[in-house]
Design a protein around this ligand. Structure first.
Ligand SMILES: *Cc1c(COP(=O)(O)O)cnc(C)c1O
Length: 379
């Protein structure tokens, strides 16, 4: 079991997110040590945009992958300069596009022909040239939950690989656009290197085709998606960046002068975050025992949204373990963190740790049921 400063937790209202900033620092140091030479890593803010974490990430020199104008603002407020910001997302508004152009961000990751046209128009009105990368859907099954698969055929993300040449030709006719990169992001929580090898193979093939047409691309952005160990966060507190980066270094064939870009979210911040809650009630049912806690799907939506499971620990008890259904207070049946979870015998008031909650946890929190947003404890 990881060590938590429980004495200090006594003074704070639960639920709250506890962040181990030392682990975050070590994680980023590992990224720096293992990323291929000359490559660029952008942190995907949607995983977690808490200012305390962002400022550490900014100081460590990572760039930012943003999916809204709000995230671009957060990145800049944290000290990430516009030249290190890329902007993805299928539904960029005119206002957001204008703001990003005004700031001079590094690149728009464009997800449709229609968006290309709008960016070109807005850049034209502003007498600017917008740097863009085309997001391509490479038809790769990332073998992850269907809600977080993005690279298979016909979904809202990216331009279908079969339409790529057509869209590139179109981009070349637009005067206020400059094609800088190709962008891919095949899904999230990917725990095997195979989908990434497949991605490299697809990219190599595309590059050959582009080369034959004398189209030059400055960078290849392979997105994010590296998975983390939710079952055993203490064994794998830092994800296996070495294997991940080595896979790309080995399999991708870059053209001279080309830069490789990564956009990692989950793997950067997931293991440094824990949702801390207290047990409100132990409810003895007919065949089950419920631990009703004061955190719910409003604080951590992943179990309700993706059927995700997080390791849960009772930080306040050393007694023998019993099976509990750990549930929240929200008026939805999906507001459950796990059934038959083995916890040290629990009582009202015990601190419960829901581990691996640093990514897609606090950033997805809502106020449904008119609840307050979860607090934060920076450790
Ligand atoms: C969400 C997202 C990422 C980050 O994905 P992780 O699985 O958290 O690493 C990267 N790129 C794009 C375009 C995204 O939408």
């Amino acid at each position: 079991m990881a060590l938590f400063p429980i004495e200090q937790f006594e003074k704070i209202d639960t639920p709250f997110y506890y962040y181990d900033t030392q682990l975050l620092q070590h994680t980023i140091a590992t990224i720096h040590q293992t990323a291929p030479k000359g490559s660029v890593v952008h942190y995907a803010l949607k995983a977690n945009s808490h200012p305390a974490l962002l400022s550490i990430i900014a100081q460590a020199g990572l760039g930012a992958d943003c999916v809204s104008g709000g995230e671009i603002r957060h990145a800049i407020n944290a000290g990430i300069t516009p030249d290190k910001i890329v902007y993805s997302g299928v539904g960029k508004t005119d206002k957001e596009i204008a703001m990003a152009l005004q700031l001079g961000i590094d690149c728009f990751n464009v997800e449709s022909s229609a968006e290309l046209e709008v960016i070109n128009d807005i850049a034209g009105q502003m007498q600017m040239v917008a740097p863009i990368a085309i997001r391509i859907n490479p038809h790769i099954d990332a073998h992850t939950h269907h809600y977080i698969t993005t690279g298979t055929s016909e979904n809202k993300f990216g331009i279908d690989i079969t339409q790529m040449h057509h869209v590139i030709e179109y981009a070349q006719t637009l005067r206020n656009i400059t094609l800088r990169g190709l962008h891919f992001h095949i899904g999230s929580q990917i725990t095997s290197v195979n989908p990434f090898i497949q991605l490299c193979n697809v990219i190599n093939k595309l590059q050959k085709e582009l080369l034959s047409k004398e189209i030059t691309i400055d960078y290849i952005n392979v997105g994010g998606g590296l998975g983390v160990n939710y079952e055993n966060p203490d064994i794998d507190s830092i994800p296996d960046f070495q294997s991940y980066f080595d896979t790309f270094a080995q399999h991708i064939h870059l053209q001279p002068g080309q830069t490789l870009h990564f956009e990692l979210g989950r793997s950067v911040v997931c293991q440094c975050g824990t949702l801390i809650a207290r047990i409100l009630y132990i409810k003895e049912g007919l065949n089950k025992r419920f631990a009703i806690i004061d955190a719910g799907m409003t604080d951590l939506m992943r179990p309700a949204l993706y059927q995700a499971s997080h390791k849960i620990e009772n930080l306040s008890s050393n007694k023998p373990a019993q099976a509990y259904d750990v549930v929240g207070p929200i008026c939805e049946s999906s507001d459950s963190f796990g059934t038959g979870v083995w916890l040290n015998e629990a009582r009202r008031g015990d601190f419960i740790a829901i581990r691996s909650a640093g990514a897609y946890g606090q950033s997805m929190a809502s106020q449904y049921n008119s609840r307050e947003l979860p607090g934060t404890f920076i450790g």
